[in-house]
Design a protein around this ligand. Sequence first.
Ligand code: ADP
Ligand code: GN1
Ligand code: MG
Length: 360
Amino acid sequence: MRHFLEIADQFQLQGRAVDAQPHGGGHINDTFLVKTDTGSQYILQRINTGIFKDVDALMNNILLVTDFLKKKIAGAGGDPDRETLSVVPVKDGSALCRDGDDCWRVYPFIERAVTLQTCENQEQFEASAGAFGHFQKLLADFPAETLQETIPNFHNTKSRYRDFEAAVAGDVCGRAAGVQEEIAFVRARKDFASVLMDMQERGELPLRVTHNDTKLNNVLFDGETMRSLAVVDLDTVMPGLSVNDFGDSIRFGATYAAEDETDLEKVQFELSLFECYTRGFLGECGALLTENEKKMLPVGAIMMTFECGMRFLTDYLNGDTYFKIHRENHNLDRCRTQFKLVRDMEAAREQMDEAVRRYS
Ligand code: ADP
Ligand code: GN1
Ligand code: MG
């Protein structure tokens, strides 16, 4: 712990760091909750530099986006310190603290906030939809050209498909033989993988500034009212498709099962959750979206679930080098929940389309 405290003390904290404990359930960065001797709390994060190759560009994006959001939030009479992240600088004024190969950053901990790892009820999920829809609306006039791509081809499902085939061909851990069913599942959807990218290339879907990682645990709720408070995890804010932001939330949240549930009978796509997310999301940003975007929301949901399952499978085949794992076969278990949800959504497609029409 001493090392983490020393790192934290490099930043402009109120007081001296006295405690640092692992925090949150993210798969990418290492997150710690730091307490100081004056009672202030902070989020200290070691950024995954294997994944985010240009951390200066990443922090520059976050500074630009949070400054922009703060102005909008203040202008609307909100509380910019609670409704978005703030970057706490290092004592020399920079946004990052480098320690060997490690890169660290600090945000003030937003107090009395709650994060959910799985959805407990419809109201919570609808509130998270409002948060992400509102985020989309707030960023509608953000100058997209000032942002850098922090992970190239992040939701390019076509190139994700190529990565998957390369992992099968490489089979560096000899795991491909044991997952033939999952490999066949992906291959059967090869053409589907291109659908949204092709529409974007043909100019049928606009590029917007999107969050790109809209899972439920990237929303903070007010601990007292359980209203949504802030959208966090801004590492992947960059140009993207609105249908993917919608879809990634559905992937993670439109089920009462955890992303890594091993009993697939418990993993079910809940149409009622899809409906209330659609209502919450379109209620905030529906007026902004084009007819094509609205029409393709269900495809975004299936696409993001398929893509994420394929990414988990690719990582399993590559020897678990990307997502943090906490047990054997963790990425394979995650892949299987995603593919179960894809099957369920494919079967519910008509009802999903109908729900989108209802709330459009
Ligand atoms: P990862 O990229 O690894 O998912 P996140 O940035 O999402 O990391 O942080 C992990 C968790 O920490 C979040 O799910 C949230 O619960 C919590 N968290 C992050 N930033 C803050 C903050 N400023 N205030 C309170 N909680 C936060
Ligand atoms: C990762 O960082 P975290 O845990 O919020 C991943 C997302 C995946 C998600 C799957 C930068 O999100 O793309 O959808 O895991 N983030 C990155 O749970 O790859
Ligand atoms: Mg996160």
